[in-house]
Design a protein around this ligand. Structure first.
Ligand SMILES: *Cc1c(COP(=O)(O)O)cnc(C)c1O
Length: 361
């Protein structure tokens, strides 16, 4: 158990009045959680867990994260149910993944219970910031960064663990609009032995250029191929990706180059419950395009916390394009969306024990 010291803001910010215009990650609440790590401290070296008014950091120009990107993050949401409960979806999965990310980046880990306690304590304090509008949530962003003032390439001897909260709008303003996806055949996101499975800023820094190139061609996301043969599908932007081909569900295996999504594993469980065969194995982009042309590519969707599921209506690979279904969301994609959001917002009983209540609003 962390002994969290709370210092409240003297003056609270105005809450946004139009919850349909929140966007994503642009507004932040009144408070933030902080905890420090110093090698010179005893025990786990983590100390001083506290909640303070949201404020900027003051860091030295030689702060190591600015030079060598020793940083990891997480992303989850708090939901407001119809009966006024504020709740989280599988936060211990994020806590464990945070530990795995830390391990890969040589960052000292946070205990799973401490992570969940910190998130719950901050969300409860900020419960009035959890939006009421349909589909809107309080996005939770935990992160750790290296703070040592030194330019040598070593693990830092000090870190800051921080959690900030951002009320965010429904991902789909006008229903689940299917997106067009560009298959990236030159740049890669991950390769065996690298950091693909970790949620670290460096992975994203390296992906921005591809995103820009795809956008210039009118595509909203990039589909990454494996980093060795540029042949097998891996994931899309900040989502895992699923293909329904001739009745079976395919998604890339989490063997080091793919981010193990909480949404991904939840969707796999649901699909198996519903009797689908789910194949977590290599799937060649050539086979996907072939299925697109012979009519067996029934549905394609991305899966991640932000969008839950994101239906795909078009794939472009080199000079070939396939359209998926009739351009509308597929039946399975819709059912997954309804089930996942139903559980998250308490409209469907939580038979899987995926929900962690925080408080009554
Ligand atoms: C966060 C993330 C996902 C999705 O993970 P969820 O836990 O479902 O939100 C997928 N791919 C990448 C690269 C990510 O960073």
């Amino acid at each position: 158990m962390l002994d969290i010291k709370i210092t409240k803001a003297e003056k609270l910010k105005e809450k946004p009045t139009d919850e349909t215009a929140l966007g994503f990650g642009k507004i932040f609440t009144d408070h933030m959680f902080l905890m420090d790590y110093d090698k010179s401290y005893g025990g786990t070296h983590w100390h001083n867990p506290r909640i303070e008014p949201y404020h900027p950091f003051s860091i030295p120009p030689a702060c190591s994260v600015l030079h060598y990107a020793q940083e990891v993050f997480e992303g989850l949401k708090a939901y407001r149910t119809a009966d006024g409960t504020i709740q989280l979806f599988r936060p211990e999965c994020n806590a464990r993944r945070f530990q795995d990310s830390c391990d890969r980046l040589s960052i000292p880990q946070i205990e799973v219970d401490d992570f969940v306690q910190a998130v719950k304590t901050l969300v409860e304090l900020e419960k009035d910031w959890v939006p009421h509008a349909d589909g809107a949530t309080l996005y939770i962003r935990p992160f750790i960064f290296a703070t040592m003032e030194q330019l040598g390439v070593h693990a830092s001897s000090s870190y800051t663990f921080c959690i900030i909260l951002s009320p965010s709008g429904a991902y789909y303003a006008t229903g689940l609009a299917p997106v067009r996806i560009y298959v990236e055949d030159e740049y890669i996101r991950a390769a065996p032995g690298l950091t693909g499975f970790a949620k670290c800023g460096g992975n994203y820094a390296a992906s921005i250029k591809s995103g820009e190139l795809a956008e210039a061609l009118g595509y909203s996301q990039v589909l990454w191929l494996d980093g060795v043969e540029h042949k097998y599908v891996e994931e899309v932007g900040s989502m895992n990706i699923f293909f329904k081909i001739a009745g079976k569900i395919y998604t890339a295996p989490c063997t080091g180059t793919v981010l193990p999504g909480v949404t991904r594993r939840s969707i796999i469980e649901l699909c198996k419950d519903w009797g689908y065969e789910v194949i977590e194995d290599k799937l060649a982009i050539d086979d996907v395009m072939k299925a697109g042309h012979d009519g067996t590519l029934e549905e394609v969707f991305g899966a991640g916390t932000a969008a839950v599921v994101s239906p795909v209506k078009e794939l472009r690979y080199e000079n070939d394009t396939v359209m998926i279904g009739d351009g509308h969301i597929g039946a399975l994609t819709q059912k997954l969306y309804d089930t996942m959001t139903g559980i998250q917002w308490g409209r469907i009983p939580d038979t899987k024990n995926w929900i962690t209540p925080v408080c009554k609003a």
